[in-house]
Design a protein around this ligand. Sequence first.
Ligand SMILES: *Cc1c(COP(=O)(O)O)cnc(C)c1O
Length: 396
Amino acid sequence: MAITPLMPVYPRCDVRPVRGEGPYLYGENGEKYLDFAAGIAVNLLGHGHPHLTKKIQEQAATLMHVSNLYGSPQGEAFAQRLVDLTFADTVFFTNSGAEAVECAIKTARRYHHAKGNAHKNALITFSNAFHGRTMATISATNQEKLRDGFAPLLPGFKVVEFDNLEAALAAIDDNTAGFLVEPVQGEGGIRPASKEFIAGLRKACDEKDLMLVFDEVQCGVARTGTLYAYEQYGIAPDILASAKGIGGGFPLGACLATEKAAAGMVIGTHGSTYGGNPLAMAAGQAVFDIVANEEFLGQVRQTGERLRSALEQMIPNHDHLFESVRGMGLILGIKMKSDSRAFVNWLRSRGLLTVAAGDNVMRVLPPLNIDETHVREFVERLSAAAADYEVPAAAA
Ligand SMILES: *Cc1c(COP(=O)(O)O)cnc(C)c1O
């Protein structure tokens, strides 16, 4: 048999972690890595965080899962916390980011359906977006590598250029349900949308009664230095998908919505077996215990600025490799002049973990609770690795 027991859909590298501690990961043979990938923006408290671990252990021993047929004191409490802290009036819990986006898409469609406008079922989405790997979420992007071989895709998505307000407004027609957008594109290359673009989408949604749906699966939960990125745009979406960091490593997602936007999500319209189970709620609550306060968020902004300026200062020393730094808070990207994937591999061989992204960007996504010493360690080792790096001949 040639196929591996793990379905071979990932080009897995030779890092084989078995243990983690704070921002460090340890491999099978004791290799130590500084983890500035954090499970792709998931482990926002690092590895083995005592509060998160303790809460999960306690809840696992108390009650792990019950059906959503029963009342959920745990779900009600965490939903109430999200409602108190955000624009939202109501929350649906999922097990992943793609499921949170799926719920967001269904909520947007059902809003118009409930108003007797079932034909308003198409979302305008944006180039190089990433919304997940389900059929609906790959249909919502123009990235061919995600879609190849999976036709027929789901109708009801129209892709226009990211951050181009004119193109977005021109795409509105009688079937438009709203916009689905990452305020800071993650996989697409750490690209924050402009304030004008987001404000323009909001205005169009207000004027035409459309749904503004934010995918904050990667940029949400304190990563940009506010609890959610939308706060920094001075507007609120109607619907928001959250996941990745929200469970700190435990599989958890959430679809947040206003009361108005959720008008169609009545009994029987949606569901999930695991979604919002007591164990997941304990993980989410533990993460929010740590991150959902101004002191922690201020710390993220400060660490983000420190890391960003250290990276910017390093660039002139390696200007054959690096072009610029982009992003917000601790969702940062270094735009590279040579292949970012090859450089990420090189860093890995030197014990530094980062993640490649589109647009030839290297993502820097550390745990949010790192301190100055970790920032310094990362930048010093990155700079040393850059100095020793030989740009592959094939790269431009
Ligand atoms: C990771 C990601 C998703 C998908 O999340 P999964 O948990 O992998 O399903 C969706 N949207 C964005 C912006 C993401 O970064």
